[in-house]
Write a new protein. Sequence first.
Length: 187
Amino acid sequence: MKRQLLSLLFLTSLTQSVFALPKNVIIIRHAEEPLKGRELSPKGFLRAEKLADYFTADKFTKTFGAVDVLMAVKPKDLDSSIRSYQTLIPTAQKLKQNILQPYLKDETNLLGKTILSSSDYHQKTIVIAWSHKKIGVLSRALGIQDQDLEWRDGVFDRLWILQYKTDNQTIQFSDLPQKLLEGDASH
């Protein structure tokens, strides 16, 4: 009886994780930063505004669906960066959504596990603004294993898109340019 109960619990948890896959996870680095400080630079605020237009445009929503969830790094203390949060503010305002900040930048594995196992994120399109040094770790926690996942210093104009296919449980990974501001990469 005990063994059957354990098997049932295992199958239930496996079933929940199989059926709790998001539709898409879009990962961005926070927008441009000044030489000093915890906030965005003027160019960063401009990028944040352009991202709001990008994430709500027909082209984006027809390809990936409407953005359902916005997430940013939770600041460790009052001196910590708030750039990830600021990057998503215009999008949150445009979508009339809150920005979730459940985890610190070093809790990427926990964030990945939560997204892949919670029914709250099942078949949702999630946009995450994160610290660039932890984006590779976050992507691995979200299931990408066969890519060289390092976000280069000084790069603010990329989108990493993870598309989850529920039929065969594969993930399609794309590294795309934002093409929002003059000087952004074109490919």
